[in-house]
Ligand binder design. Structure first.
Ligand code: TYD
Length: 133
């Protein structure tokens, strides 16, 4: 599956809205790990790396931020600002998170437990890898 925005179920209610997602259901993988990024000082950038086989769903649970994606051919900037929108990022995408608004909360769900060996932190290594995919 390619990079895409997944619109998650949304129950609008005068008492407050509700959204959910389930492993292998609204999203195309089994969730192995969830982490979140918060208290980001203005102007800071997180990420700036790619993963060898890890897929992700990135959600702006609160506030907004931009996700910059580069698959080695095309570069795109996606602004996330709705808690019912999940950005699916396949493996082998160089991605950065930036332009965090005050009090923004980025939640990332992945199909892998944490493993440093999954990270590609050198952009040239990334380009070489995808050329041989
Ligand atoms: P890292 O993924 O390098 O942050 P960034 O979003 O800026 O690329 O992670 C920062 C630190 O947190 C690093 O020392 C590894 C640790 N970490 C974990 O231990 N478990 C995790 O699930 C994640 C995402 C990071």
């Amino acid at each position: 599956m390619k990079t895409s925005i997944i619109q998650l179920p949304k129950f609008l209610d005068p008492r407050g809205n509700l959204t959910f997602l389930e492993s292998d259901n609204q999203i195309p993988f089994s969730i192995k790990r969830v982490y979140w990024i918060y208290d980001v000082p203005g102007g800071e950038i997180r990420g700036s790396h790619a993963f060898k086989s890890q897929e992700e769903i990135i959600i702006a649970l609160s506030g907004s931020f931009d996700v910059l994606l580069d698959d080695g051919k095309d570069k795109t900037r996606i602004n996330l600002n709705r808690s019912y929108m999940g950005l699916y990022v396949p493996k082998l995408n160089w991605r950065s998170l930036e332009n965090f608004s005050t009090n923004s909360l980025a939640m990332i769900l992945t199909n892998k437990v944490f493993n440093q060996d999954e990270y590609i932190r050198d952009y040239q290594v990334f380009l070489n890898l995808i050329q041989h995919e």
